[in-house]
Design a protein around this ligand. Structure first.
Ligand SMILES: Cc1cc2nc3c(=O)[nH]c(=O)nc-3n(C[C@H](O)[C@H](O)[C@H](O)COP(=O)(O)OP(=O)(O)OC[C@H]3O[C@@H](n4cnc5c(N)ncnc54)[C@H](O)[C@@H]3O)c2cc1C
Length: 407
């Protein structure tokens, strides 16, 4: 049998894309190294995904939103960007935008669980778990995937959702610009005395970056970025030692703090491929755009990309070649246009805010106060946080400002 679409990787992006093809009449195979039991009940990984309104809409369209318990969808009302001890920084106020809140926070674990539940029992979808795609051979009418169990699978279109370190992308000869930030991020949930008022923080301190993502009352997700060795020390510290270290790093802004989850560490690497497509092949999710988490857009772009691709191929089902060069070129063009500005802006923000030299400190303070004081810039920031249906419009003024300030 020749499948219409073979998806490599059942992470949140691959699962969402599989779901987006429900009812299309296309035969879909989804190949994943993990077991079905693990996909059905994924472990907590401490990632709290900040979702834009557009992403919430896409999750509703896919039928995933209603599978997430309402009490686990947290309000991201406003956000605050702080630079060292300089106050007040920049306050990103939802009232400058069209919605009653900037966005939502949902744990990655629950998104993955909902995505798997949504595809379970889906008609014309074959799930091949505990198998790895080991080779890919593109052909004129279809491509052939070789799997780790010795089986092979033919498909008209291969969609790779196999992570930012995508092996199939490499096998297809697609070059990618990747940047190792040389830092590691520690994530965990903490309970604290002082209220967060549903305000997220991004605090660029000297030698450290701290993000606070508001969850339930007096509970937040803490995201701390440091050198790997420093993170290792915090990962292995006792719970009490860790809590006290965090209180000090927070300068007691949240009062007493208590660790209430496991701790997880992620090395920071950004990846942007030169192309999103090749012969009968397309990238989605982190395989397409591997964002630095500081602007919280990785999965938002994953959702955007899968929706774009699905919207292009569904009308071709049963009518034309779903992997035609014209369709693939359009996907490549549109995804690049939607994601590249924010990818570049994110890289610049990270470089600017993790450089502790005096000129860099002066420059970022100027950037922050300009963004805080100039209404169009402030609104651009609010819209870039809220929308992310397309990062072009929202990031244009920010990119312009960052570029001109870098000289
Ligand atoms: C610390 C952190 C915080 C984040 N915060 C946010 C946020 O606030 N907002 C946001 O939008 N995004 C955020 N993200 C990004 C988000 O987590 C990712 O974009 C998303 O999880 C990527 O999903 P994916 O399906 O593309 O890839 P993955 O989750 O990496 O899944 C890839 C899957 O492919 C499988 N696979 C790999 N190779 C093969 C193979 N050869 N054969 C078969 N299967 C294979 C793997 O087993 C895996 O299941 C954050 C990321 C991090 C690290």
């Amino acid at each position: 049998m020749i499948f219409d679409v073979a998806i490599v990787g059942a992470g949140p992006a691959g699962l969402s894309f599989a779901r987006s093809l429900a009812g299309s009449g296309l035969d879909v195979a989804l190949v994943e190294t993990q077991s079905a039991a693990r996909l059905a009940d994924p472990p907590f990984d401490a990632r709290e995904i900040a979702l834009t309104h557009h992403s919430a809409h896409l999750l509703q369209k896919l039928g995933l939103w209603d599978l997430i318990p309402a009490e686990e969808i947290h309000t991201l009302r406003d956000a605050q960007v702080l630079d060292g001890s300089w106050l007040p920084g920049m306050f990103i106020d939802h009232r400058e935008g069209p919605r009653p809140q900037l966005g939502y926070l949902v744990s990655n674990q629950l998104i993955r669980r909902a995505a798997f539940a949504a595809i379970s029992g889906q008609d014309r979808l074959q799930l091949l778990c505990e198998r790895r795609v080991t080779a890919i051979e593109p052909g004129t009418g279809h491509s052939r995937l070789r799997l780790s169990d010795g089986a092979q699978l033919d498909a008209r279109l291969v969609v790779a959702a196999d992570s930012r370190f995508s092996e199939t992308r490499r096998a297809m000869g697609i070059p990618a610009d990747s940047h190792d930030f040389g830092k590691t991020m520690l994530l965990c949930r903490m309970r604290h005395d002082k209220p967060h008022n549903q305000v997220a923080w991004e605090w660029f301190g000297h030698g450290q970056t701290i993000a606070v993502l508001p969850l339930k009352e007096h509970e937040c997700s803490v995201v701390l970025t440091l050198r790997h060795t420093e993170i290792q020390e915090l990962m292995t510290a006792s719970e009490a030692g860790f809590a006290s270290a965090m209180e000090q790093r927070f300068e007691h802004r949240l009062g007493n703090m208590e660790l209430i989850s496991t701790r997880h560490a992620y090395p920071l690497v950004g990846v942007y491929p030169r192309r999103f497509t090749a012969q009968r092949y397309a990238l989605v999710g982190d395989a397409a755009v591997g964002m630095h988490p500081v602007t919280a857009h990785g999965f938002n772009f994953g959702l955007l990309g899968q929706d774009l691709l699905s919207g292009l191929i569904r009308p071709l089902a049963g009518r034309g070649d779903i992997a035609s060069p014209a369709m693939l070129a359009r996907y490549d063009r549109e995804l690049r246009r939607a994601t590249r500005p924010l990818y570049l802006a994110t890289m610049m923000i990270v470089q600017l805010y993790t450089n502790d030299t005096r000129p860099a400190r002066l420059l970022r303070r100027t950037v922050l106060s300009a963004s805080a004081r100039i209404p169009p810039l402030r609104r651009a920031v609010v819209h870039s946080v809220m929308q992310a249906g397309d990062s072009r419009i929202a990031t244009r003024p920010l990119l312009g400002m960052l570029r001109s300030m870098r000289g």
